[in-house]
Design a binder for this molecule. Structure first.
Ligand SMILES: NC(=O)c1ccc[n+]([C@@H]2O[C@H](COP(=O)([O-])OP(=O)(O)OC[C@H]3O[C@@H](n4cnc5c(N)ncnc54)[C@H](OP(=O)(O)O)[C@@H]3O)[C@@H](O)[C@H]2O)c1
Length: 285
C-alpha cells in the first residue's frame, strides 16, 4: 500500500510522501506501539513535535522497526519557548537525540511566535550542514510567511497549517505556491469537529465511491496537492486512511466539498492576543 503513496518534490528537490502519520495527542506511553502499528501499516512519513512530549517513543519505534533510515521521512517542530539562535540549535540537538536520529527530514518552527527570525537563521545553518534535509514553518498566515521569505536566504519548504473541509485555505495555498512553499494540512479531519465524520455531503460522495468520509477527505486534500498527516491510534483506521489512491473525485464532487468551507479556524486564531499569551506561556521539557 505504501508503494501507492505519491511523493511531493519540495522547493529544494527533497521528496516527501503526500500522506504521512501524525502523533499529536497520542499519549507518550502509547506512542511506541501506535507508531509501530503505523509503520507496519505502511506509513513512512512521521510527524511529531517537541511539544507533543513523545519524540523518544517515536524514536524507539523507528529503531525497533528495522526500516532503513533513508526510507523514512521524519518531521519534528521547535516550540515557542526555544526560539532564538542558540536555543534553537540546542533544541534541535535535543529533538534529534530524543528521536535517536543523526539527521531530520523536516524541521519546523511550530508557531509564528517568539523570536522565530533568530530560529530561522539557526535553521538555515542546520540545513546548510545537512542536519535537516528541509526546513519549514507551521501556522504561518500569508503575511508572516511572505515577510519571513523576504527577509531571509532560505524559503521555507513547507508551511503546515490547519486545513480541512471547514477551513480549506485556498488563498493560503495560492500564496504559498507563488513563493514555492508546499502546503501541509494539520487536522485533516478537524479532529472530528462539526460532525465531520457524519457530514452528509462527504458521506454521499463516499457512498458513490465505496469509501469512508475519512478517505474522501484525504483524497480531496491530496487531489489538491496538500500533504496530509492524519492521526489514528487504531490499526484499522491507519489502513483505511492509507487506502485513498485508487479513486478520483470528480470536478462536481470537488465543488461540493469546496462549498463546505467556513473560512475560519475551528481551533484558534494565532492573531488573537489571548491565544498568543496562552501559547507563549506553554512550557515543554
Ligand atoms: N502544527 C500544528 O500546530 C499542529 C496542530 C495539530 C495537529 N498537527 C499534526 O497533524 C496531525 C493530524 O491532526 P490531528 O491529530 O490534530 O487531527 P485529525 O487527524 O484531524 O483527527 C484525528 C481524530 O480523528 C480520528 N480518526 C482518524 N482516522 C479516522 C477515521 N478513518 N474514521 C474516523 N475517525 C478517525 C482519530 O481517532 P482515533 O485516534 O481514535 O482513531 C482522532 O480522534 C497531528 O497528529 C499532528 O502531527 C499539527
Amino acid at each position: 500500500m505504501a508503494a501507492q503513496n505519491r511523493l511531493i518534490t519540495l522547493n529544494n528537490g527533497v521528496q516527501m510522501p503526500i500522506l504521512g502519520f501524525g502523533v499529536f495527542q497520542v499519549p507518550d506511553e502509547h506512542t511506541e506501539q501506535v507508531v509501530t502499528d503505523a509503520l507496519a501499516a505502511g506509513y513512512r512519513a512521521l510527524d511529531t513535535a517537541a511539544s507533543y512530549g513523545n519524540e523518544e517513543a517515536v524514536g524507539r519505534a523507528i529503531a525497533a522497526s528495522g526500516i532503513p533510515r533513508a526510507e523514512l521521512f521524519v518531521t519534528t517542530k521547535m516550540w515557542i519557548q526555544h526560539t532564538g539562535e542558540d536555543t534553537a540549535r540546542r533544541e534541535f540537538d535535543q529533538s534529534l537525540r530524543k528521536l535517536g536520529l543523526d539527521y531530520l527530514d523536516l524541521y519546523l518552527i511550530h508557531q509564528p511566535l517568539g523570536d522565530y527570525y533568530s530560529s530561522w537563521r539557526a535553521m538555515q545553518k542546520l540545513h546548510g550542514e545537512g542536519l535537516s534535509r528541509a526546513i519549514g514553518v507551521s501556522n504561518f498566515y500569508p503575511d508572516r510567511l511572505v515577510d519571513l521569505i523576504l527577509n531571509n536566504d532560505v524559503t521555507p519548504a513547507v508551511n503546515q497549517i490547519e486545513t480541512h473541509p471547514f477551513f480549506q485555505r485556498h488563498t493560503d495555498q495560492r500564496v504559498m505556491a507563488e513563493h514555492g512553499v508546499q502546503i501541509e494540512s494539520w487536522g485533516p479531519f478537524a479532529e472530528g469537529k462539526n460532525d465531520l465524520f457524519t457530514n452528509p455531503v462527504l458521506a454521499g460522495i463516499g457512498a458513490a465511491h465505496g469509501k469512508s468520509v475519512g478517505q474522501v477527505v484525504l483524497r480531496w486534500l491530496t487531489q489538491r496537492d496538500v500533504i496530509v498527516i492524519p492521526k489514528s491510534v487504531r490499526p484499522e483506521r491507519m489502513a483505511e486512511n492509507l487506502d485513498i489512491f485508487d479513486f478520483d473525485l470528480t470536478d462536481d464532487e470537488m465543488g461540493a466539498i469546496a462549498a463546505l468551507d467556513g473560512g475560519e479556524s475551528l481551533f484558534f486564531d494565532h492573531r488573537d492576543p489571548e491565544k498568543v499569551t496562552w501559547l507563549g506561556g506553554r512550557r515543554v521539557d
